[in-house]
Every structure is written in C-alpha cells, then in structure tokens.
Design a protein around this ligand. Structure first.
Ligand code: BG6
Length: 487
C-alpha cells in the first residue's frame, strides 16, 4: 500500500492507526507493506517513530508494543515531489524490491485534492497502473470535486490512467458499522421492511451534529461550506441507505445501482423552493477566524427538506440537517411513523397518543431505539411512550465497533467496492447540491433563504426548527437515552 500524503493529518490520525489495528487483529493479508510517499524529508526510522507516536497517542494504553514493533517493521518511506515523475521511478524500484512486480498495489491519495492529478499522471507516466502483473487500485479521498463540473474533470483525469473498477472513492460514513447496519436492519429482518414506506412512515430525519468548529481547517472550509463538506457525500449516502430499494445482493454492482436510482429520485428544487425548503446559517464567531474571508457568507449549518419521488416514498418528507459548533456530536436517522388511523384511545388518553419512532444511532454509542406506546400500569387506559434499545457495545462487547477506515481499507485491499462511491452517484449528488449552493451563494432574496446566525454550542438556528414547525413537526433526538425527549 502506497500512501501519497504520508506526512499529513489523515495519514497520522486515521490511516496508520487503522492499519495498525487491522494488523493487530491479524486481518491484513500476510506480507502487507506500507510505503509512505511525501515531500517531508523523513529518514525511514524517523518516519516509523513518527507513526508509532501517532498510534500511541491515539490508542494510549491499549497499544500492544510487540505488535506495533512488528507493524512498524513493514512501514517504509520515500521522499518525493508529487509532480515529478522521477521520484516515482524510485518508488517503483522500492516496490519491486520489497515485494516483486507481481504483488498487488493499492495507491491511496491522502494528499490535498489539488495534487490528485499530478500523482495519477505520474503513476501513469511510470506505467504503475497496468494490471498485467498484479492488481493496481486507487483510493481517492473526499472532497471528490467542488461541484459537478470539477468532479467530472477529476473523473477524466483518473480515467486517463485507471479504469472505473480500479477506482475506490471513499466516503468514510459508508464504513461506519452503523451506517452499514441500516441495510442489515432493513433487509435481514422481516419486521421492518413492510412498514418502511409512505403508507406507514410520516417523515424521516437525518441529523449529523458536530461540536467542533471549523478550527484549523477554516481555510478549506471557507471555500466549501456545510453542503459540500457534509451533505453532498455523507448525508446523501445515509439517505440512500435508508431509502433505497432492496438490492438483489450485497454485491458492489446491485448495491451501487440502487444508490444511484435513489439519488436520481430525489426531487430537484424548482425556482423559489430553495428559499422555502432550506435553511442556511453560520455560527456567531465564524468570521473571527483569521483564515475566513472577511464578510464570508459560507454556511456552517444547513437544513433541507427533500422529497424522494418514487412509489415507496412519494409525499414523505426527508429532513436533513448538519452543522459545526453545535451542542452535541451525534449522527442519527429517525423515522417517525404515522399515527393510528382510528384513535381508539382518544377519549381516555387524549387524541395525541404518540406515534412510533425508530432511531438509528450512527454515533456515538451506535445502536437502535424503538419508541412505542405502553399502557401505564394501574391507570384505566392511559398510555406512556417507552423504548426498546439495542446498542452494539452492550450486545457485542466494548470494542465491537471498528473504525470506518479499518473497514474501508480492508475492503479496498480485497477489491470489494460495495462501500465505495461510484462515479454516477457522485454526479447525481453534485447535481442536487450544486442547485442549492448556486442559489445560496448568489444569495438573492426570494431565491435563497437569508443567512442567519446561531449561537455556538447550542442546537442551531430557530429557522431550522421553523422548517419543521411549519409542517406541524419537530426535530427529534431519539438516540443517546435522553429521557427528557420522552413525554
Ligand atoms: C469529514 C468532514 O468528511 O467528516 C468534516 O470534512 C467532518 O468536516 C467529518 O468533521 C465528520 O466525520 P465524523 O466521522 O467525525 O462524523
């Protein structure tokens, strides 16, 4: 495995620790070697020390030094300039020397996206993508383009050297155990799928709240904003998992076909709708960051009301929201079911017997909560909402849930593209997001909602509450065991 951008943040915080955990669990194929490639002039031992340090810092006392030593033995480093083919000849020489030309190679683009073209061009120039001798795969990190046009340009750059089936576009949300569990929950059980449609579901909510502000990534973020950073990829992928039709099998082709079909079924906004069905906001201290352009109108919070125009979902709103500097780090998907058509208990319990709520807790504390009504003991016919809860930690043990990168790296090594994003899905997602960003960035009254501000570390702007309140609904916080969410 060759990591381009080997001295960067992603490599240190995610890739190397995940590879180490895989090694410790014995899940990496025998003989896996990792070669870092970057400009920083590390000597090989220095690089190993740097990575050991990264793993120790993240894993703390959980590090097993014996296995870390063994892992580090198989880590190498090449100093190189991404844009200069000569350095790649050296890299190629090292790869041949380490494992012979017949070994499979996985190239991981963990550089800034501006360097993707250079790396891929140089791999091509050095004949390092051909598969006559062994497998050659390319993993591409997000952001995958900035809009539809740039994503297509990036595709063309990659296709000049690699075929689509050699390309693995990462969306780390797909590697999260609980995101995958949405499919297992829906399609491995009999109970839920029959009610998973417009007949029974009132609406769906998808929330990805973060406590962190834009911090040291302000420079990047101020050119991207919440729609490109979180919605185009993570939230739309979660929406696909929740709403897709059952694929014929859990294989890359059928699964990714259903994702594309679902994304294509999301209704495009007509002019005027964006100002009514979207909310954009910025947390109050955002403009104080020196890396943020003065007067920037970039949104750090967004909320959207979307529709999926197909037989299953016609008329069911999907509310999506995400933001930085919010009260809590949590990602959850919640389905609120319709009330019973005949309110049999209305006379004694009042007409507002709660509807059932199913919450898929993506993080933290991954699990599932199902809220339903139970008869209050002793009362003649009073009901109370109660919950059944499942959590991975409780059922499978403390460290049952591996990190998203562990899963995705292993899949890429084995060539399983099921949880990677195909180019048609990327395009469809950009088409939708572009139409909203264009309106937001033009900012004209009547076309875009006003940019509002929100207090950091609270629950976001009132306008997001109003988006649902207008429909007689409210954001739900179904996960995390908050009793106060219950009546
Ligand atoms: C990244 C975004 O893709 O996902 C970040 O660029 C965001 O801005 C992160 O913080 C959230 O990932 P997670 O796994 O912490 O929910």
């Amino acid at each position: 495995m060759v990591i381009f951008g080997a001295s960067g943040d992603l490599t240190r915080r995610k890739l190397i620790p995940s590879l180490y955990y895989l090694h410790r669990k014995g899940r990496l194929p025998l003989g896996t070697q990792v070669v870092g490639f970057a400009r920083r002039p590390f000597a090989r031992d220095e690089y190993r020390r740097y990575l050991r340090d990264a793993v120790e810092r993240l894993a703390g006392t959980a590090v097993d030094h014996h296995s870390l030593d063994a892992f580090a033995e198989n880590v190498f480093y090449v100093i190189g300039d991404f844009a200069r083919p000569g350095y790649y000849a050296h890299l190629r020489g090292l790869l041949d020397e380490l494992a012979g030309p017949r070994a499979g190679h996985l190239y991981y683009l963990a550089t800034a996206p501006g360097s993707y073209g250079q790396v891929v061009g140089c791999l091509g120039a050095n004949d390092m993508a051909h598969e006559e001798e062994g497998r050659r795969r390319l993993v591409v990190e997000k952001p995958y383009g900035y809009d539809l046009a740039s994503a297509r340009r990036l595709d063309r750059t990659l296709y000049a050297v690699f075929d689509e089936d050699q390309i693995f576009r990462i969306d780390h949300y797909l590697g999260k155990e609980t995101a995958q569990n949405v499919l297992f929950f829906r399609f491995a059980n009999t109970l839920f799928e029959p009610v998973w449609n417009r007949e029974y579901v009132d609406h769906v909510q998808i929330s990805a709240a973060e406590t962190v502000d834009v911090g040291h990534r302000a420079g990047y973020y101020d050119g991207a904003g919440v729609l490109r950073d979180m919605f185009q990829n993570h939230l739309l992928q979660l929406l696909s998992l929740v709403a897709m039709e059952p694929p014929a099998s859990f294989a890359p082709g059928p699964l990714r076909d259903e994702t594309a079909k679902l994304l294509a079924a999301i209704r495009r906004f007509s002019p005027g709708e964006i100002s009514r069905h979207t909310v954009r906001a910025q947390y109050r201290s955002y403009l104080e960051d020196s890396a943020v352009a003065s007067g920037s109108t970039m949104a750090t919070y967004g909320a959207l009301k979307l529709w999926v125009d197909n037989e299953r979902w016609r008329g069911v709103p999907f509310y999506l929201r995400s933001g930085k500097a919010l009260a809590e780090k949590s990602t959850e998907v919640t389905l609120r079911f319709r009330r019973r058509p005949h309110p049999m208990f209305a006379k004694t319990c009042g007409a507002d017997v709660d509807a059932n709520v199913l919450s898929l807790c993506v993080e933290p504390d991954e699990g599932i909560h199902l809220r339903f009504e139970a008869k209050a003991p002793g009362a003649v016919a009073d009901t109370r909402p109660v919950e059944m809860r499942f959590h991975f930690g409780g059922s499978f043990g403390g460290d049952a849930v591996p990190g998203a990168y562990e899963r995705l790296l292993l899949d890429a090594v084995h060539g399983d593209a099921s949880l990677f994003v195909r180019s048609d899905a990327i395009e469809l997602a950009w088409r939708l997001i572009d139409s909203i960003t264009r309106a937001w960035e033009e900012g004209a009254a009547g076309v875009a909602p006003p940019l509002v501000s929100y207090l950091p570390y609270k629950w976001g702007p009132d306008e997001a509450e109003a988006l649902l309140a207008r429909d007689g609904r409210a954001w739900l916080r179904g996960c995390g065991g908050r009793e106060e969410a219950l009546r």
